[in-house]
Write a new protein. Structure first.
Length: 572
């Protein structure tokens, strides 16, 4: 079979990128004509929390693989545990997948769609003598599994008759037994070298109402049983899972062997999950942060959730680019979070309009500039995008500049403002520092300068060589902005690395959020929610949904440079 024209077209766009190992498997299957030469993948999230950046990698892989080979991708919710699931999570997952740029068309499915069929197949296993009801508590079943070096111990209920097991299982379904009183187990091999073959649990009892089926069911299938059968029912060809499911694959195949008869078979393939420095990937622990108010919800911009990244100002293009950069590996590795930050800088550099804002202002007075005059200067919106055009920004005698842009005793190669030194004001004039006004504590209140009135664009001295350029805003025209300076949520590269007797939450960074009031150019008053800006010389910011007409709120998406890498190098 020849390669799909979709793949050929995408390959040209991707240049000479080598195939990853999953693509090699897919292409081999296509050449063999396996499963009618179809490519059909699925993204199967559990609706028990919000998706994070690790899930984004899986979304890009599953949907991207199908797109590359002209196939399809299903969105299937693994909703088999009603005690932890919620419609809120279902809705958030759908929003995240759409925001990343992918569509499942009409292929939205749920494991609960197949509860009846899964139940019937469970009865088939009982009738074939391959499943039984076990009345032991979970703790006892766990003990009897043995270890990797010692075989398990058979349950005293393992050899119940088929009729007794069928009756008990039907009574479980009818709600006659209490939660935890019994389970349905597969009857395989308690001495098998693969621990997952030691009579795994297929069904457990739960009377918690299900978010879709209500109280219709009080028994629910386990993941290992439901997953492969759901793949089969949906016609999935390539079931892409993370590496921890590699040891589950033989059981995935065993269930298919027992319950299916067609030539078509889904194939499970495992890849390494995403591990990022300074980032917690455990959904359970992220839920703990939310519930115990360590963060302000799942979409807190410090969280690695897709909704948190979106609120912080990350773009879907930057996340897809990041996923492509890190590729698909067979074995676990750790990716530096700076690569994710680089990806969003690269994307926003092309998209974000520029603006002037001063985070730590100090007053600067141009003593020779006319009082009461406001001059409009032309500023480029985005030098990387000529179509972005330009805007007019007000300039006057009194300005604000960054306090860090002035030093009374500067070090060598300090190309900003200092006594008797000159700098250029962005889009404007060359100025020279003449005097510094301080309060009784030595705090600088005001910097007095003279302005080269001929140095503006088009002036006689406009091309005079000056090494430093700083940004500013007109004091009387500036607007106040609330700016949230987000930093990494954890202090250490591995949040799970903590001293004995400690707790992973000890690694939370107390400086992960600072809220300040800054001075911004007046055009920012009309900024819309989630729109992006580069505050020149500072970083990339976006408008937070908390914004009101009275209070414009900006989040720092990422700084212009990787300041954490510099800190790490200095500490080393």
């Amino acid at each position: 079979m020849t390669d799909s024209p979709i793949r050929d077209e995408n390959s040209k766009a991707e240049g000479s990128r080598a195939l990853n190992f999953i693509e090699e498997i897919v292409e081999e299957n296509l050449r063999e004509g396996k499963n009618d030469s179809r490519v059909h993948t699925r993204f199967p999230p559990e609706p028990n929390g919000y998706l994070h950046i690790g899930h984004a990698k899986s979304i890009c892989l599953n949907f991207g693989l199908a797109q590359r080979y002209g196939g399809k991708t299903n969105l299937r919710f693994d909703d088999t545990n009603p005690t932890k699931e919620d419609v809120e999570y279902v809705d958030s997952i759908k929003e995240d997948v759409r925001w990343l740029g992918f569509s499942w068309d009409d292929r939205e499915f749920y494991a609960s769609d197949y509860f009846e069929q899964l139940y019937n197949w469970a009865e088939k296993l009982i009738l074939d003598g391959k499943a039984y009801v076990d009345d032991q508590p979970a703790e006892e079943i766990s003990k009897q599994r043995g270890t990797v070096t010692t075989p398990g111990v058979e349950s005293p209920f393992r050899n119940r008759s088929i009729d007794e097991n069928l009756t008990l299982f039907r009574r479980m379904k009818a709600g006659e037994f209490a939660e935890g009183s019994c389970v349905l187990r597969a009857k395989i091999d308690m001495a098998h070298v693969n621990m997952f073959f030691r009579d795994p649990i297929l069904y457990r009892i739960s009377f918690t109402p299900h978010h879709r089926t209500g109280t219709k069911w009080c028994i629910y299938p386990m993941y290992d049983y439901a997953h492969g059968q759901s793949d089969y029912l949906e016609g999935i060809t390539h079931s892409i899972c993370t590496l921890e499911f590699e040891v589950h694959r033989p059981l995935y195949d065993w269930f298919l062997d027992q319950l299916t008869t067609t030539a078509y078979r889904p194939r499970q393939i495992e890849f390494a999950r995403l591990n990022l420095t300074y980032t917690m990937m455990s959904k359970r622990k992220l839920l703990e942060l939310v519930k115990n108010n360590y963060v302000k919800g799942w979409d807190d911009p410090r969280m690695p959730t897709i909704s948190g990244l979106r609120r912080r100002g990350y773009t879907p293009e930057s996340i897809r680019s990041f996923a492509d950069r890190i590729g698909v590996a067979r074995r676990d590795n750790i990716i530096d979070v700076s690569l994710l930050e680089f990806s969003v800088r690269e994307d926003l550099n092309k998209k974000a309009n520029r603006a002037l804002a001063v985070l730590n202002p100090v007053k600067l007075v141009l003593t020779n500039y006319p009082e009461g005059v406001t001059e409009m200067l032309t500023a480029i919106n985005n030098p990387e995008n000529p179509e972005a055009g330009s805007r007019e920004i007000p300039f006057s005698r009194e300005l604000y500049i960054e306090r860090e842009d002035f030093m009374e005793v500067p070090p060598k190669k300090f190309f900003r403002l200092f006594p008797d030194g000159e700098v250029r004001l962005k889009y404007g004039y060359i100025i020279k520092c003449d005097e510094v006004v301080k309060d009784e504590n030595g705090e600088i209140l005001e910097i007095r300068c003279t302005c080269d009135m001929d140095s503006k664009t088009g002036g006689l001295t406009a091309n005079r060589k000056i090494k430093g350029t700083i940004h500013w805003v007109s004091a009387k025209d500036a607007i106040d902005l609330e700016v949230r300076l987000f930093d990494r949520l954890f202090k250490t590269p591995d949040p799970e690395d903590y001293p004995e007797g400690g707790d992973w939450k000890d690694n939370l960074n107390p400086e992960s959020l600072k809220v300040i009031t800054v001075k911004g150019e007046p055009s920012l008053r009309s900024a819309t929610v989630l729109s992006h800006f580069q505050f020149e010389r500072i970083g990339y910011f976006n408008v937070d949904p908390d914004t009101t007409a009275e209070n414009i709120v900006f989040n720092r998406t990422v700084s212009l440079k990787d300041t954490w890498q510099k800190v790490a190098q200095n500490e080393g």
